[in-house]
Design a protein around this ligand. Structure first.
Ligand code: GDP
Length: 455
């Protein structure tokens, strides 16, 4: 297992009724950058993520979309599930209210709902502060009735108070370790065929203003690796010095490139598999993706040279994504970024995705959450009886590892569970918890304790 250390990027979720301005505040706190769209289609669709940098503080911000008090429809239930999952893993919850509308009866119910879901601190944030008649209104009794003190006033629209709010958030969040070399860096390998644009990508990423190429020596650092600091997080780009100083290409080098890619996958926490927009992915590229999957690495597929795609319309990305997803269907959980290393288009999303994937692959679910998930998944679809095998009996499920997230399915007879059922459980895990960009392992085992078997 690689890099077991928890990343420690604080997770901050933005919660509140519809129309209080969650998305506007989300974009405001992220600065110019827009939200990272959902990393994998069909999964965490209703939660947007973005990495927010403020002074010496960094956080993964999640816009939960909205909570529904009494979810009725399947869509409501899905929204609730995704928002709930974000709230449960929060280090801090920002509970947003609308100062111009005053306290809404639902605000209190939402606060109660959120308090049941998490023990993380909840910060009351009052949006639309530009519409307040007097600053004294912030201290009105109605706001105190939520039990969260007076709201921190902001205006997502004008930006008023957003810096002060970020200061408050950073004071509440746990501090990062001071010394960069104390924290294990996230190891990232850029892999792919020659000429797809790996060196251009690395040079572009290193040229980004928010990336500091670190001079600090690190114990895990080899001469060809580049240690960088992204916000407060160290990242080690594996074997990139060789990539950056490129030499001529020959078929020999091509073979060497693939061999080297394979070697680097094994050292990496996350791989960036670079392919070209206009070229159908080759067998070699699929092989690299499947080796990374087997190695338990996080995978982000970078579709480069987007500038070369002719006659682009707003629908082009969807059409291309469909095609590329077909090629890489066996790792359909990998985020895919369409970018141009030449023009720099969407380059700024690359390291944010790396952070998001690392956050997902280091995630550890509480046993309570796993139990709840398992009971519902089993009820929704019980395992089928395989001919010639004993009747399938499932006792329970446990997360036994992370990096990649690994679950043990406790069963009466190991071979009574069809692989299709394990695939179903993996699909449900992704639908409920996300786990974007990381493989998931589910292993079957007979229970270690008799007590467990009797449950
Ligand atoms: P590597 O072998 O994978 O490291 O590929 P390079 O980074 O050396 O790029 C190979 C060629 O593709 C060079 O001529 C680059 O200028 C070009 N290239 C790289 N990225 C892009 C891109 O986004 N758009 C276009 N049009 N050309 C690119």
């Amino acid at each position: 297992m690689k890099n077991k250390q928890q990343l420690g990027i604080p997770f901050v979720s933005l919660v509140g009724r519809v129309n209080v301005g969650k998305s506007s505040l989300f974009n405001r706190l992220l600065g110019e950058k827009k939200a990272l769209a959902s990393p994998v289609p069909g999964t965490t669709r209703d939660v947007n993520y973005g990495v927010c940098h403020w002074r010496d503080c960094q956080m993964l911000l999640a816009d939960t979309g909205g909570l529904v008090l009494q979810p009725q429809t399947e869509i409501d239930k899905a929204i609730q599930q995704h928002a709930g999952s974000a709230i449960r893993r929060s280090t801090l919850v920002l509970f947003l209210v609308d100062l111009s509308a005053g306290l809404h009866p639902d605000d209190k119910r939402y606060v109660q709902l959120v308090s049941k879901m998490t023990k993380a601190p909840i910060l009351l944030v009052g949006n639309k502060a530009d519409s307040l008649a007097s600053p004294g209104d912030l201290f009105a009794k109605e706001w105190y009735s939520l039990g969260l003190g007076a709201p921190h006033a902001v205006s997502a629209q004008s930006g008023m108070g957003s810096g002060d709010l970020l200061d408050v958030i950073c004071n509440v969040l746990p501090k990062h370790q001071e010394n960069e070399s104390d924290v294990a860096p996230i190891k990232v390998a850029v892999i792919g065929r020659t000429n797809v644009g790996k060196s251009s990508l690395v040079n572009r990423v290193l040229g980004e203003e928010r990336v500091i190429v670190s001079a600090t020596a690190h114990t895990t650092r080899e001469p060809h690796d580049t240690l960088i600091q992204y916000g407060t997080t160290p990242l080690l780009l594996i074997d990139t010095v060789g990539i950056r100083r490129k030499s001529a290409v020959s078929s020999h080098i091509e073979r060497e490139g693939v061999k080297r890619s394979i070697k680097n996958i094994r050292k990496a926490d996350i791989v960036l598999l670079v392919v070209e927009s206009a070229v159908t992915p080759s067998k070699q590229e699929k092989r690299l993706a499947s080796i990374a999957d087997e190695a338990g690495s996080g995978i982000i597929i970078i579709v480069n040279k987007w500038d070369q795609v002719p006659d682009k319309t707003s629908k082009s990305i969807l059409a291309y994504e469909k095609q590329f997803r077909d090629y890489f269907s066996f790792v359909d959980w990998s985020p895919m970024i369409f970018l141009s290393a030449l023009t720099g288009q969407r380059i700024h999303t690359v390291l944010d995705r790396v952070m998001l994937v690392q956050e997902q692959r280091t995630r550890v679910l509480s046993q309570e959450l796993v139990n709840d998930f398992f009971a519902k998944a089993k009820k929704r679809q019980p395992p089928q009886w395989i001919r010639g095998q004993k009747k399938p009996v499932l006792y329970g499920m446990k997360q036994v590892d992370s990096c990649p997230p690994t679950f043990r399915l406790e069963v009466k007879e190991r071979f009574s569970i069809h692989t299709n059922y394990l695939r179903y459980l993996e699909r449900r895990l992704r639908e409920v918890f996300g786990f974007a960009g990381t493989p998931i392992r589910i292993v079957t085992a007979q229970p270690r304790s008799k007590l467990f078997a009797k449950q």
